[in-house]
Design a protein around this ligand. Structure first.
Ligand SMILES: O=C(O)CCC(=O)C(=O)O
Ligand SMILES: [Fe+2]
Length: 200
């Protein structure tokens, strides 16, 4: 297999359903959306509580939704903004590919290699059982890892590239955790968009 496959493929993870679409967007589309979202998004840095200790989240975030429903994780509750034109365009493309309607998009900005996203599963109750989560990557490529939720072993590592889409569905969040680890390498910023479904 080549290092940078062109065709979508399903990851070889037991009790999960994860597909990776390396060229969901063209490089031009991806750069266009990166520039717009980098500039137009009111990025914020919330404090989170992990193991009883409060510290600033190691990345910037923003929440958008088509309804007014908040999203809570790591002891923070985010209230959504209304979808922008650019985000709506991306949402439509994702919905066509995935054949699902999303209500909510969480944006993450990893400013540099020290920004990260610790081990977690997107298993908050407002997402319901077996949530479908579509994750679009723009900007620098970053390593993305999965590990078995129970044994914390059998780690799968991959790179999420500019313009790609990673689709996690069925029992994936029930059985696996994921993370974006810090890196000591110099890396440019990366924007990630995770489309989710939150029903009231
Ligand atoms: O940045 C990523 O690719 C992952 C983001 C993520 O896991 C999340 O926001 O829940
Ligand atoms: Fe996640």
């Amino acid at each position: 297999m080549s290092l940078f496959p062109l065709e979508p493929y399903r990851l070889d993870l037991p009790d999960a359903h994860v597909t990776y679409h390396p060229h969901f967007l063209t490089q031009e589309e991806a750069s266009h959306y990166y520039d717009i979202l980098y500039k137009e998004t009111p990025w914020r840095q919330d404090d989170i509580k992990v193991f009883g200790k409060v510290h600033p989240q190691p990345r910037l975030t923003a929440l958008y939704a088509t309804n007014n429903l908040p999203y809570s994780y790591s002891n923070i509750t985010m209230h959504p903004l209304a979808f922008t034109f650019a985000l709506s365009e991306i949402k439509k493309k994702v919905e066509t590919l995935v054949n699902a309607k999303f209500t909510t998009c969480l944006l993450n900005l990893y400013r540099h290699g020290k920004d990260s996203n610790g081990w977690h599963a997107d298993d908050e109750k407002e997402l319901g059982k077996n949530p479908t989560i579509a994750s679009v990557s723009l900007g620098a490529s970053r390593v993305f890892k999965f590990r078995d939720k129970t044994t914390k072993s059998s780690v799968h590592s991959m790179s999420l590239e500019h313009g790609s889409l990673l689709l996690m569905k069925d029992e994936t969040q029930h059985n696996w955790q994921h993370q974006i680890p810090k890196t000591s390498k110099f890396v440019e910023p990366r924007i990630n968009l995770t489309f989710r479904i939150i029903k009231g």
